[in-house]
Ligand binder design. Structure first.
Ligand SMILES: [Zn+2]
Length: 431
């Protein structure tokens, strides 16, 4: 009987860290949770192979605005989805710029991206955290803070009588700058839990500002540039926050440039949503110290200014996308600066196999190491650093702690969003 009331189908991201897409069939409704793009070597089921047509999906819930969770929304709409898109209020605000960027809105030959933004605007609804809302057919839902990026949420569905299903989405670590710590559900019958770091723990986060500060001071002492490849959503805002703290603590007033149009746009949205910040960020703002803005922080909006920054001499700190050096303005900075030993490159995020970022990390350790950037060979003479402790995901301990903090143990846990290995290790812990 139960099977008829409730069915869970994974359309992507069951044993991979990208391509998240799950379908919950309950009380005759098709409820989709996330519709993300697969990245790197991950494979995803084409929409034509889905057990339901996009037009038959009643609701699309989004846990947050990373591309591996929202990237296929335009395709879903193009293929006939007409339901409602439900998410938190901040995620709704971030959705359009992220998708426009992913669709290549600079490509003026197609108005597709602009048209798509309008449709998304019409179909989507932003909801507050921790309130219960009625969906339809006796189903209610609640969004809880996930602490992963601004707007990220876990989603709880209460179905008819006593069936409760929780999708964790991507869970963040505690004490992420600007973000509130994750909320904890009271309990559930079925938990769909992410497991990205199910098999390991992060380096200590507490003293990372101190460590970043120490290396930065050394790095800029010789007048070079520091390049930080960073993701536009989440990591860029975290770094701005921490660089502000470092500048205040160390007195080193090196200019910081944000050379990423998307990163700037997202930072503006973060700045405008102060009611969703954590206590520390709110207190700083109340004292007149904006947590993600400071004197000496420069926005490089226009391409002509980007050219100037390329030619400018150091010391300077430059944040630019993409985070794995697979494209974007960081490539030109690297081409101009990677062969200068006064410069430094700081990696603060995961570098996937086959990316220039991974190659730089790997070959910088070898004598005569070089990297290919847009088909050209560059010797790696800049100093390369990798800073641990930066992850938007909870580590193994964080995941365990989150589950254990629930008032009642979940009836069943289904692991998703992780490699087979990470899932096996976490599975063995019998949460
Ligand atoms: Zn994410």
């Amino acid at each position: 009987m139960e099977q008829d009331i409730l069915k869970l189908i994974h359309l992507g991201g069951e044993h991979t860290v990208t391509g998240s897409c799950h379908l919950l069939q309950a009380n005759g409704l098709n409820i989709m949770v996330d519709c993300g793009l697969a990245q790197g070597n991950d494979v995803i089921l084409p929409m034509k192979a889905w057990p339901v047509e996009p037009v038959e999906i009643d609701y699309l819930f989004l846990t947050h605005a990373h591309i591996d969770h929202i990237g296929r929304v335009p395709e879903l709409i193009a293929k006939g989805f007409k339901g409602e898109i439900i998410t938190s209020y901040p995620t709704r605000a971030i959705l359009a710029p992220m998708l426009e960027d992913a669709m290549g809105f600079t490509d003026m030959t197609s108005g597709a991206a602009a048209g798509m933004s309008e449709v998304i605007e019409e179909l989507s609804w932003g909801f507050e955290y921790n309130e219960i809302f009625d969906l339809k057919k006796g189903i209610t839902f609640k969004l809880g803070r996930a602490g992963h990026i601004l707007g990220s949420c876990w989603i709880q569905f209460d179905i008819s009588e006593h069936k409760t299903v929780v999708f964790s989405g991507d869970l963040g670590s505690k004490d992420t700058p600007v973000l509130c710590d994750p909320d904890v559900p009271e309990g559930c019958d079925l938990l769909i839990l992410e497991s990205t770091y199910g098999d390991r723990n992060h380096e200590g986060r507490a003293d990372r500002v101190k460590r970043l500060g120490e290396v930065l001071v050394r790095a800029v002492a010789d007048g070079g540039k520091v390049f930080i490849p960073a993701f536009s959503l989440g990591r860029t805002q975290e770094l701005i926050y921490e660089l502000d703290r470092i500048r205040q603590g160390s007195g080193v007033k090196v200019p910081v440039f944000i050379d990423s149009p998307l990163g700037l746009e997202i930072t503006k949205i973060y700045s405008g949503l102060s009611e969703y910040w954590d206590k520390e960020a709110k207190e700083l703002k109340a004292k007149g110290d904006h947590p993600i803005d400071f004197e000496g922080l420069y926005a490089v909006e226009h391409f002509r200014d980007h050219r100037k920054i390329l030619e400018m001499s150091g010391p300077a700190i430059i944040l630019a996308g993409s985070g794995m050096c697979t494209g974007g303005r960081i490539i030109e900075h690297l081409k101009a600066g990677i062969e200068d030993s006064r410069n430094d490159i700081f990696f603060v995020g995961y570098q996937a196999k086959g990316t220039a970022g991974r190659d730089i990390l790997k070959y910088s350790k070898r004598p005569g190491g070089y990297v290919m950037l847009e088909g050209e060979k560059f010797d790696i003479k800049a100093k390369v650093h990798r800073l641990g402790g930066y992850s938007a995901h909870a580590d193994q301990e964080g995941l365990i702690e989150w589950v254990k903090a629930m008032g009642e143990k979940p009836g069943r846990i289904k692991l998703v969003h992780g490699t087979k290995r990470a899932q096996e290790v976490l599975e063995d812990l019998r949460l």
